[in-house]
Design a protein around this ligand. Sequence first.
Ligand SMILES: [Zn+2]
Length: 473
Amino acid sequence: MIDINKLADRHERLHKRHQSAFGSQLPDAGVVIVADPNFIRTFSGQVTWATLLNLIARLYKGIRHIRIVVDSDVPRLSHVFFPNASEGLRAASLRFLEQLNEDAFTIGEGLPPNDGPDWIWIHVGAWDPRHPPGTAVAGQGWLAFVNDESWRGLASVSNPIGPMVAACLGTAEIYKALYPLSDKREQTRIVLSAFDYSADLSSNPVLPASIHLPETYIAGCGAVGMALLLLLNSTPAISSGSGLHVVEDDALDDTNMNRCVLTILEDVNSRKTKIIEERLDTARLALKTHDLKWQAFVHAPEYSDALNFERVVSCVDKYSAREAVQYDRLPKVLLTAGTGDFLLSVSRHVLDDGLSCGLCYQAKDPEVGCAIATEGAQRAFEVPVDPSISFVSACAGVLLGGELLKEIIPELNIGRIQNTVRMQVLTGAAKEKARAKDPGCNCSSKYVAIGYKNTWRSSDVADEPSSPSRTIT
Ligand SMILES: [Zn+2]
């Protein structure tokens, strides 16, 4: 028997922490998710739709009823993620909701009756004026749209990034409707390019028809890691013969359900590595999982060559794990993400560029010595649980995946972040920043710079700073 309180664990904590900004929860809220009949037949439409269902269902305790409105004859397109084999988009969608649900919410189809709960409406694609006001979301290419129809003029492409970001932002709108903000604001309107974090419709380069994913290491496969993998799996052009290594030594528990986007309820207590093997296209991605801590993994003899670790994507959250990922093998480029409440950050670190590393400004894990190890003292030293929620960590993982694509596709290098981008997911506001090193951080030591240069710079042919990167002012 699943405990709904545990599924919604972070949800409750987050609301408690921001009680002054949010009003009380709508008592009997339901969500109606409506598919635009034309947009839903496109790849972008289906990725927006599938990601939105995935994230909305994981809000659990906030929602009592979910209804979908979608034509029954819409074929299910390949590379759109549903963790089931049901035929057709409608059937796959209903099955997915069941796979995430155990009496947490009711599942319905078609327009809701008038006499029921408070319905919150969200449209994938264009808003249908016959329906009550709601939110409209869509993505196309690198662009995400909320309550803005500029996407209609864009060519349909097979890039899941914009659609997935749009779904995250759309779920944030649902959250704000479930817990109405205390100060009434105007309807959100967002145009966001995940390519350069501007609102510019032209910041939308086409992905190459074929993308070779070189050997890549992903440390950690929780909320952010799974969203990153979902993005790579949903990008039809990607294939890898070299190996996508995922290193994770944890099992899925019920409190992870609200944000681990590749999971379904029956996965609780399974190893995370096993879950991703089941859900992903392992052959196409050349997925290799390692049920180990990063520290143990890099000390295995077959991974002892430092030059293997040209690019590492860190999806771990503890300081000690971040430290191991940064220093145990000194990756040439380290991409990492973090979340805190409704904020996320995505960062790119090159240890000798003078900018902040993956540890600068990170709070250290508390160390509890014998002298203070009484139960009460231990509690006082516990780090508060980061209550970040599905749509925030999923957005972080998707943007992190976008940064990986910019890293490995030379013609897209120009879009990559120089150091860090932060985003407030409730508003879609994103800002890039180049932060100087924290002088107290180990990365400021000349020995670290020397070690990095000895590993990576001696054989460099053409690399930073000569390769293109946008300058942040
Ligand atoms: Zn540092």
